[in-house]
Design a protein around this ligand. Sequence first.
Ligand SMILES: [Zn+2]
Length: 78
Amino acid sequence: MKFLIWALLAYLVYRMFAGKTAQKITKQEPAAAETFQDPVCGVYIAEADAVVGRMEGERYHFCSMDCLKKFEEMQQRQ
Ligand SMILES: [Zn+2]
């Protein structure tokens, strides 16, 4: 659990810095603070467009339901 707390703190600090530079980032380079990488196909998605899946208490963001289903299948095989 301690690792999770440190990870959250690091994320919050990162967001503070990312927020200051976000305005300089163009549309081709999505701001890391506002986008999530699809773990299946590697595409970056804005949270508003993402399909959010919950697996074992973690939130995952997918570009589509297809990737969500693929990810669930991958998890079940492990
Ligand atoms: Zn995808």
